[in-house]
Ligand binder design. Structure first.
Ligand SMILES: [Zn+2]
Length: 322
């Protein structure tokens, strides 16, 4: 699932209003039922808010930039072969994205790699393909984008994308590309956030895009409808840590777009701690509402619970997988 990131986007996203209203209405903690009801409107809300959000770019290293403000964080490699995008954002922000991409150079967009199938990473596929991008993704991304896909935890049915938006180059094993003189490594994860997750590494500038296996500073969504799980997220975090050095620039799917190994370590440790606490409660026979009421995320909420996946919803996502 994807959401905008950072304090700037959050304002445009207007979750402040929604969460505030929910808290005002309930006088505090949301029950799981209320949390899920809140989640249901989010897909629409995310699309609407992306339409008016600015897209901001940050220069990293080796002609790689990251763009924030259109769904998941988008990496861009520029050069004579054309622009290579990692994720395509949300289609309604095409004008802002076009403007920001133009500011990085005049070359056309020639390649788009989807880190997974979720709409906030693939909704831009159709227009990006129409201006010349070849779309590369995990074979399960092509599968999910070609069918009606229900995400139970969002109570939402995603329709198949039009033909031009479907990836034409798919992989289910590691693949290396050389574009703009840069080595790009694509590596499928074991099912983690979904069953279609890919990491993308730019070897020389030492930059790793993790897709939604890593949300920087905020609780992540986990999509059990298409193979995700809390244990898969922890395993993917371990794989991300093993692939990173202290000098690696890490681009998360969501949250502050420029991250590093120490922040990723904190994310992994948070997942493990909450998983252990929720598993112990479930093993002791607690129902989901009882587990939420026991606040197993309490030690982490001040830091991680300030975005769209709130403590009750995240507890539910962990409970589902232990
Ligand atoms: Zn996602």
């Amino acid at each position: 699932m994807g959401l905008l990131s950072g304090s700037l986007s959050r304002r445009h996203f207007c979750l402040c209003c929604m969460t505030g209203a929910a808290f005002a209405a309930t006088g505090g903690w949301l029950s799981p039922r209320q949390a899920f009801a809140e989640a249901r409107g989010l897909v629409t809300l995310i699309k609407d808010s992306a339409a008016s959000s600015p897209v901001t770019s940050y220069k990293l290293r080796g002609n790689v930039s990251v763009l924030e403000g259109s769904g998941g964080n988008i990496a861009v490699l520029t050069g004579p072969d054309g622009k290579v995008l990692i994720d395509g954002g949300i289609s309604v922000s095409r004008p802002q994205l076009t403007k920001t991409l133009s500011s990085l150079g005049a070359e056309p967009i020639t390649h788009l790699i989807n880190t997974h199938w979720h709409f906030d990473h693939t909704s831009g596929n159709e227009w990006l393909h129409s201006v010349g991008a070849e779309i590369i993704a995990h074979s399960n991304t092509r599968k999910h984008l070609s069918e009606i896909q229900r995400v139970e935890d969002w109570d939402y049915n995603f329709l198949p994308l039009p033909a031009g938006a479907i990836p034409t180059e798919v992989l289910s094993a590691n693949r290396k590309l050389t574009l703009n003189g840069a080595s790009i490594e694509l590596k499928p994860y074991q099912p983690a956030h979904t069953d279609s997750d890919l990491s993308v590494s730019f070897t020389e500038p030492d930059i790793l895009h993790t897709g939604d296996t890593y949300w920087n500073g905020v609780y992540p969504f986990i999509d059990y409808s298409t193979g995700g799980s809390i244990d898969g997220m922890i395993a993917a975090s371990d794989a991300n840590l093993a692939a990173s050095a202290d000098s690696t620039i890490i681009i998360p799917g969501h949250g502050k777009p420029v991250s590093n190994k120490s922040e990723l370590t904190a994310f992994r440790d948070m997942l493990v701690d909450i998983r252990d606490k929720v598993a112990a409660l479930k093993k002791a026979g607690r129902t989901l509402p009882e587990t939420v009421a026991a606040t197993p995320t309490a030690d982490h909420d001040a830091k991680w619970g300030q975005f769209v996946i709130d403590p009750a919803f995240f507890t539910k996502l962990v409970y589902e997988g232990v």
